[in-house]
Design a protein around this ligand. Structure first.
Ligand code: DGT
Ligand code: CA
Ligand code: CA
Ligand code: ZN
Length: 578
């Protein structure tokens, strides 16, 4: 069992105990252990099974938890969890994901109205009975109904990063079987959507049939949904992500990649165009309507070419103008991971990051970056020990000092400065002027009306030192919708003021969303793709930011951190980014 799976069992149990109103100490110890295990560098299950190791040597794991872990590794559950599940069904867990309801309310609704799942809760709201409960009211009832709708939209979907990890794991296993000519991910993962519904893998080669067998017998396969000669489907891992694997002949591989990459809308438009040319397109190839002769199929390139299109990067295949552009030779040259020369948003032990300034700088240098900006939090984020004016000035000095220490990259001093409710920045302009790069972010008062939020951003954009707007919509994928505001107006002003939008590459944010990045580009905006790293390993998330930028049709020239150091530095000084 993987660390993440163990952590999930502990969290789940803690959630249910919270619903049951149990003693907080036990709940906290489960949650702490879950956090420790989730980020532990070794497989904790291996330590549990190894008689020569002691799991209690891990900080945060005591005797009680060691027994729990032994039970989990033996039978995939533990006593306390089973007891809780007997009391509250697993479906009660999804109620905790509805914004506006805490564990106490859920317990109350369960006891008084037998609410056991989201459907029950929705019915209760529609019958206007939630508002009659003590301290709940009509406003909460409306909020809960809205949250249910948002929850349903995201239910059963997974973060792109999780899909990528699972795909990489399975693809490596298939490769190791031998006889695999190609194995690739298609579907929404290949298109770089921020969330995926299921995973679509394609294999070809003499070992392809064996790969299907490997999938259905995989130790992490929970349920086999289907198994045929050319296709197998399972639910995978505790998350029960659906994985479809298809085996194809060499001559059909390109056509299958094209078909199963989608999107459906893109494919429908492409097929319609094929028919106009007397051709028919399916997952096996491109054929003549009369005579059914194969004209293409082994590669996507030949298929698009035969239909009169340039090859279209998967990120653009949403039928949003890419087919027209591919016909007229006007596709953008999308930014690539290799174009990125620095990371412009990260945190250190100065505030809530896990590594020091120097450790972050060295880790970034090891990735080959030419520069980074270190942008810790400002004082409004007291919980994160945000910097006040005095510490901001000191911090700028520390960074100057660091740059004198012979690092192989340049460090810019920065700040992720809170945009307060009224749109003013949290730190006085005098102190901000000491820094190279100020990002402005919203971290509070998410519930403003659209107009007020728009005014808040418009005012923030007046601040002389502001260079970038951080994670502009505030969305948290699968958890929280972004707050509403007039994006077009804010983007218009950002372009005028020479303020760039961040594309936050953290997999649970991917903010700006790609459609807004495209809209902002049309307004003349520039962008920064940044990871918001809180530890060196987070630098790896850059790829997800780049994919999001590509889905927004962005080119290297649109993105500040593709500039060579000198050009980037003079752009910061001259205010108008080049
Ligand atoms: P997802 O899994 O919800 O994140 O989204 P996709 O795009 O991966 O959708 P999925 O897994 O249902 O199908 C993969 C691709 O296969 C899809 O993008 C287009 C193609 N496809 C599947 N079913 C159909 C269909 O009925 N008609 C057409 N034209 N294409 C289909
Ligand atoms: Ca899919
Ligand atoms: Ca699928
Ligand atoms: Zn932030």
């Amino acid at each position: 069992m993987e660390n993440k799976e163990i952590a999930q069992l502990l969290h789940e149990t803690a959630d249910l105990m919270e619903v049951a109103g149990e003693d907080g100490f036990r709940i906290r110890s489960y949650r702490n252990a879950a956090a420790v295990i989730a980020s532990y560098p070794e497989r904790v299950a291996d330590i549990v099974c190894n008689p020569e190791r002691k799991v209690t040597d891990i900080a945060g794991i005591g005797k009680g938890l060691a027994a729990v872990l032994a039970e989990i590794c033996e039978r995939g559950s533990f006593d306390r969890r089973d007891q809780m599940l007997a009391k509250y069904p697993a479906s009660a867990l999804e109620l905790l994901k509805i914004q506006g309801l805490g564990p106490k309310s859920i317990a109350l609704l369960y006891e008084h109205h037998g609410v056991r799942n989201v459907d029950d809760l929705e019915r209760l709201c529609q019958e206007r009975k939630l508002r009659e409960m003590p301290r709940m009211g009509a406003k909460l009832e409306e909020k809960v109904l809205r949250s249910i709708e948002a929850y349903r939209k995201s239910a059963g979907r997974f973060l792109m990063s999780f899909g990528r990890r699972t795909a990489d794991e399975l693809m490596a296993e298939f490769q190791s079987l031998g006889g695999i000519e190609k194995v690739e991910a298609a579907g929404s993962l290949r298109r770089g959507r921020e969330t995926i519904g299921d995973l679509d893998l394609l294999v070809t080669g003499p070992g392809a049939a064996e790969a299907l067998g490997r999938l259905v017998k995989h130790p992490k396969a929970q349920e086999v949904l289907g198994q045929g000669v050319n296709k197998a489907s399972v639910t995978f891992g505790l998350e029960r992500l659906q994985v479809d694997v298809r085996a194809l002949s060499h001559e059909s591989f390109g056509a299958a990649m094209q078909y199963f990459t989608g999107s459906k809308e893109h494919n429908v438009a492409l097929r319609t165009n094929a028919i106009k040319q007397g051709l028919t397109l399916n997952e096996y190839g491109l054929f003549t309507l009369e005579g059914n002769e194969r004209v293409a199929g082994a590669s996507e390139e030949e298929l698009y070419e035969r239909l009169g299109y340039a090859w279209i990067p998967p990120e653009l295949r949403e039928n949003c103008g890419e087919l027209e552009a591919a016909q007229s030779g006007t596709l953008p040259r999308l930014v690539e991971a290799g174009d990125i020369r620095g990371d412009l948003h990260m945190h250190t032990t100065e505030t809530d990051g896990r590594a020091t300034l120097r450790e972050m700088a060295e880790a970034a240098a090891a990735l080959g970056y030419e520069y980074i900006a270190i942008t810790d939090h400002s004082k409004a984020l007291a919980m994160a020990n945000g910097l006040d004016e005095r510490r901001v000035v000191e911090f700028a000095g520390k960074v100057r000092e660091l740059n004198r220490g012979g690092l192989p990259l340049h460090v810019f001093s920065g700040l992720e400065c809170d945009i307060l409710r009224d749109g003013s920045l949290d730190i006085a302009e005098e102190a901000l002027a000491e820094l190279d790069l100020v990002i402005g972010s919203v971290h509070s008062h998410f519930n403003l009306e659209g107009q007020e939020m728009t005014d808040r951003f418009l005012r923030a954009l007046e601040a002389p030192s502001l260079r970038v707007i951080g994670h502009a919509t505030g969305r948290l994928l699968l958890q929280r919708e972004g707050y509403p505001f007039d994006f077009e107006r804010v983007a218009g002003k950002a372009a005028e003021r020479g303020v760039a939008f961040e594309i936050n590459a953290s997999p649970e944010r991917l903010d700006l969303p790609s459609h807004l990045a495209r809209a902002a580009k049309r307004k003349g905006c520039r962008f920064a793709i940044s990871t918001d790293a809180h530890r060196p390993s987070h630098f790896q998330n850059m790829r997800f930011g780049v994919i999001t930028a590509r889905r927004g049709w962005l080119e290297a020239a649109d993105i500040l951190n593709t500039r060579p150091l000198g050009e980037f530095a003079s752009g910061l000084k001259s205010r108008k980014p080049a």
